[in-house]
Design a protein around this ligand. Structure first.
Ligand code: TXA
Ligand code: MG
Length: 340
């Protein structure tokens, strides 16, 4: 299959292009489209066969349910059996936007969308292209992030092609996603309500409306110090690159990174140009070869926006070991640490 990439402007989405894409959705095909968080891999949420294509294309485990995207409250009513008061309030304040809510599922939602759960996760994206596509399709759109399972979520159309070129008929390209991490998922059915996934909307902003909201820590408690020796966590997000997360006070972290990198080079496991440091402040690492230091920050918003791009670049650039600095688990930091 040839994958078409059509450029659409967010300011003024071209209606012929949107109609092309909507037609594919109505025909039960997959379309990758931009949202404010990450690119989604969309299918008609009310068509079980179309939804199944998502699981096959992504090689997604069958027990992982999908988020349904709507463009109006009418569409929300089509997929949920009830809208609790707290949801009404959250919707009024945060939709459209990067907040996904878990509702009771309406009977007409195919089982494979929610993997047999009695619930369905729904969000209304704020991206104008996404909203135009859902509206033109005339149906809610089920869409996970448009990446192969286990790979970083895509924040550009190019990332989508890295994983799905030749596999899906169309990618709508509106440039980089402004938020850069997936939506925040809240279970409003549980008592007390809880954060299932911290994301683009920092969970703390919900505390005004849900004072007993449960916010599980994303990771190690970076902000609480890890004083003497910095904590380290290893992660193999790709077969090629080992990512090491360093948690602790910045100067200690710098020393530890230096030591670990020296050991790695000394053992001849990898060459210097196969190492990388992903950091907030490059000045801290100025003694290192500048080619291996890559700045993600300094603002958490910037780290959030560029994180997935930076992770994908590790593979593209043939990096074998990357060190990444932790950030405090506050505001955007919670979503960032959750992804590492
Ligand atoms: O920002 C986003 O949310 C992006 C864009 C494309 O909208 N989508 C996305 O989808 O990240 P995905 O499939 O990669 O993540 C869906 C998350 C998973 O953590 C899944 O477990 C959870 O939502 N989820 C979906 N339905 C659920 C349900 N009924 N109950 C609990 N969690 C659910
Ligand atoms: Mg995903």
């Amino acid at each position: 299959m040839k994958t078409r990439v059509l450029r659409v402007s967010r300011e003024n989405p071209d209606s012929t292009i949107i109609e092309d894409a909507a037609k594919l959705i109505r025909q039960g095909e997959l379309v990758a489209f931009p949202t404010e968080t990450v690119y989604g891999l969309g299918a008609d949420a009310l068509n079980a066969e179309a939804v199944e294509k998502i699981f096959i294309a992504k090689r997604r485990p069958a027990d992982n349910p999908l988020i349904v995207h709507v463009s109006s409250k009418d569409q929300l009513s089509q997929v949920v059996s009830e809208i609790p008061k707290i949801a009404e309030k959250l919707i009024a304040k945060f939709w459209p936007g990067p907040l996904t809510l878990v509702f009771r599922r309406a009977p007409n939602v195919p089982k494979n969308v929610c993997r047999d759960l009695p619930t369905v996760a729904v969000r209304m994206p704020s991206d104008s292209v996404a909203l135009a596509l859902i509206e033109a399709s005339g149906t809610p759109i089920a869409a996970p992030s448009a990446n192969l399972s286990g790979r970083p979520s895509p924040t550009t159309a190019e990332h989508v092609l890295q994983d799905f070129n030749g596999v899906i008929p169309l990618v709508l390209d509106a440039g980089p996603c402004p938020v850069g991490v997936e939506s925040t998922v809240i279970d409003i059915q549980s008592r007390p309500p809880r954060v299932l996934r911290p994301g683009g909307l920092p969970p703390e902003v919900l505390l005004d409306m849900i004072p007993d909201l449960q916010i599980p820590p994303a990771y190690l408690k970076a902000s609480e110090g890890m004083v003497a020796s910095p904590g380290m966590k290893y992660r193999h997000y790709s077969p090629e690159c080992r990512l090491i997360l360093f948690v602790g006070e910045p100067r200690k972290v710098k020393e530890k990174i230096d030591q670990v990198f020296m050991e790695i080079i000394a053992e001849h496991q990898v060459r210097e140009n196969q190492l990388r440091i992903l950091c907030l402040y490059p000045q801290v690492h100025e003694h290192q070869n500048s080619n291996i230091v890559k700045r993600l920050g300094p603002k958490l918003m910037d780290v959030q926006k560029h994180l997935f791009q930076a992770l994908r670049e590790l593979d593209v650039d043939g990096i074998k070991v990357a060190a990444i600095e932790s950030v405090p688990e506050k505001g955007e930091g919670l979503a960032i640490m959750n992804r590492l």
